[in-house]
Design a protein around this ligand. Structure first.
Ligand SMILES: Cc1cc2nc3c(=O)[nH]c(=O)nc-3n(C[C@H](O)[C@H](O)[C@H](O)COP(=O)(O)OP(=O)(O)OC[C@H]3O[C@@H](n4cnc5c(N)ncnc54)[C@H](O)[C@@H]3O)c2cc1C
Length: 561
């Protein structure tokens, strides 16, 4: 494969597969969205809404997708970042769910190889653990069987010595052995953005920072939504033949706009992660383990030089906008990890950043059951005035869930269009898993290997587009932050092609400095605002204001997003 080296980064459509890395995705304007009715309006730009918009646009439906904040600003950027069948669902006997998720794991590895990557796990078992080694080994064997042998790696059962050879920092006392198996990890926010961009390539119009304030009706049926642009304050009405509510933890709020007496569909549980320096724990592979505090399955997962520990699972009664990690959450996570890695001695001072999300779990499955045993399957429900709500699910199963939802929408639109090839068409940047030519090209351009690895991991084949920006203006190869590998060209890419509109959009969900630097990217805020301002026509005052907003956001949320 050759990597085009010519400068030039302007907007061009898809079509020529050889040139796909230079295609553009622009945020749709309010004027465009209100000019003519859509076939469907999807509310919510998390993974569910993005996958529905992609599927619908690929079937040729005129599709609009809106989100009140940035794409992926809800639960979809606060996950455990795993694309997995979910070993714990085996315990609950949910074989169908595991089977589907493992099939989808394979699909996502194929269509987004830069964003979804195989990951080796070690699952140690200690004396007193709720699940003995033989049972865990049987479970992993069944897991692999359900993947129909299309595994991302083979599993092995290890004795105590074998487990310690792989993970010397594990607690030795009481260690019975471990199972080693493979699953996959993803960049959750970027998976959403890539999915939404694929929708745009197929004709969908996508607008972030556009909030649905009310629903409109014709003859008693939902006929669109009143929206507000939260960046400009402008308001308008988007007309649509069908409205799909894919607003994750907010679905019941939206359902109440349709019918104030609607029964809640969801039971929201809070999941928290904490990020610490990886060498504080000293693990090699990803670690799955049973918390000695309550027997729940937990993870210690690698993220470059960092590791994140998750997750909690507790009922949360706060409005979704206000979900935050509590002190108890941190204590639980750190104590659980310390019990398995006694040399770590993690304290709250080690926590670089935390994130908290609400699982949009379906209510009615096991009320009164512990939160971790509530179903993760999805539901598609038509409200009394015709709005279709899609609730539940996981990142991993977004594509199949979207296919079900669009089947339903198509039936309501009066034409059952066949399912499009969402499982074989690559997401932007994922046209090949052979990234060496892109690495070589970066090296030829004189970029440090660490920068090149970072660009290929985030952008896949679209790293070529970033190179082109830097070749046109070498200053764009400069680092954005002294402690991070991101370069300035990525900001232009984020605003031109990835629908970023604010400094937070860039630093939290596009290039992750929020999670990956000690000052949560604050030092880069000024430069990011300048680069964004250049593209979006901001004057000096607005640039300073946008940078300040980001620093205020970091200061107000010292460790939690
Ligand atoms: C802690 C945790 C860990 C998880 N780990 C995993 C994992 O490892 N693997 C996995 O597969 N799944 C995981 N999940 C599940 C997965 O993250 C969720 O199922 C999925 O992200 C839900 O996506 P969604 O699009 O339905 O909701 P969201 O991502 O929350 O998207 C809904 C969107 O709707 C928007 N919205 C709300 N109201 C309005 C309005 N009025 N107007 C416009 N827009 C609106 C919001 O801004 C939001 O962006 C995890 C979940 C949690 C909480």
């Amino acid at each position: 494969m050759s990597v085009p080296g010519e400068p030039g980064s302007g907007a061009r459509g898809g079509g020529d597969r050889g040139q796909r890395h230079i295609r553009s995705s622009r945020r749709a304007t309010l004027d465009e969205l209100t000019a003519e009715p859509a076939d469907l309006l999807v509310i919510g730009g998390g993974i569910t809404g993005a996958a529905i918009a992609r599927d619908a646009a690929m079937r040729g439906w005129r599709t609009v997708l809106v989100d009140r904040g940035d794409l992926a600003s809800g639960t979809s950027s606060r996950s455990s970042r795993l694309v997995h069948g979910g070993l714990r669902y085996l315990e609950q006997g949910r074989l169908g769910l595991v089977f589907e998720a493992l099939r989808e794991r394979r699909t996502l590895l194929r269509i987004a190889p830069h964003l979804v990557r195989p990951l080796d796990f070690v699952f140690p078992v200690h004396d007193g653990d709720r699940v003995p080694l033989w049972k865990l080994a049987g479970g992993v064997a069944l897991y692999n069987l359900l993947a129909r042998f299309r595994n991302v790696g083979r599993h092995r059962i290890l004795g105590k010595r074998g487990a310690l050879a792989l993970e010397p920092m594990l607690r030795e006392r009481g260690l019975r052995g471990a199972v080693r198996y493979a699953d996959a990890q993803c960049d959750d926010a970027r998976l959403v953005i890539a999915t939404a961009r694929s929708a745009v390539e197929h004709g969908a119009r996508v607008a972030s920072h556009l909030m649905v304030r009310g629903l409109t009706r014709r003859d008693g049926r939902i006929s669109g939504a009143d929206v507000e642009d939260r960046l400009s304050g402008a308001r308008g009405t988007i007309a649509a033949r069908i409205v799909v509510n894919a607003s994750g933890p907010w679905v019941d709020q939206l359902r109440r706009l349709e019918d104030p007496t609607a029964t809640p569909l969801l039971r929201l549980t809070r999941g928290v992660h904490v990020m610490v320096a990886r060498d504080r724990i000293g693990h090699n592979d990803a670690i799955a383990f049973l918390s000695p505090l309550d027997g729940r399955v937990m993870f210690v997962l690698p993220w470059g030089d960092l590791s994140y520990i998750g997750t909690t699972d507790t009922d949360d009664g706060d409005p979704p906008d206000r979900v935050r990690a509590s002190g108890d959450d941190l204590v639980y996570l750190l104590r659980s990890a310390n019990a398995r890695f006694p040399g770590a001695h993690l304290t709250e001072d080690d926590v670089r950043v935390t994130w908290a999300g609400l699982r949009p779990l379906l209510a009615g499955h096991g009320d009164g059951a512990a939160a971790s045993s509530v179903s993760r399957e999805h539901a598609i429900v038509e409200g009394s005035a015709g709005m279709i709500t899609v609730a539940g699910g996981k990142l991993t199963t977004c594509r199949s869930m979207a296919a079900d939802a669009v089947d339903r929408v198509s039936a309501r639109l009066g034409e059952r269009r066949p399912r499009p090839p969402t499982d074989t068409e690559p997401l932007p940047g994922g046209e090949t898993a052979e990234f060496d030519p892109f690495r070589r090209r970066g090296a030829e351009l004189g970029l440090p290997a660490a920068v090149v690895d970072h660009l290929v991991a985030l952008y896949g084949t679209e790293a070529a587009g970033i190179y082109n920006l830097g070749m046109a203006d070498r200053s764009l190869f400069e680092l954005l932050h002294p402690a991070h590998r991101a370069i300035e060209a990525e900001v232009l890419h984020a605003v031109r092609r990835e629908l970023a509109q604010t400094v937070e959009d860039v630093l939290v969900r596009r290039i992750h400095l929020y999670y990956e630097t000690r000052d949560r990217g604050a030092r880069a805020a000024g430069r990011v605002a300048e680069l964004l301002g250049r593209e979006l026509g901001w004057d000096a005052e607005r640039i300073a204001e946008e940078a300040r907003k980001y620093r205020d956001f970091v200061a107000a949320e010292p460790r939690t997003v």
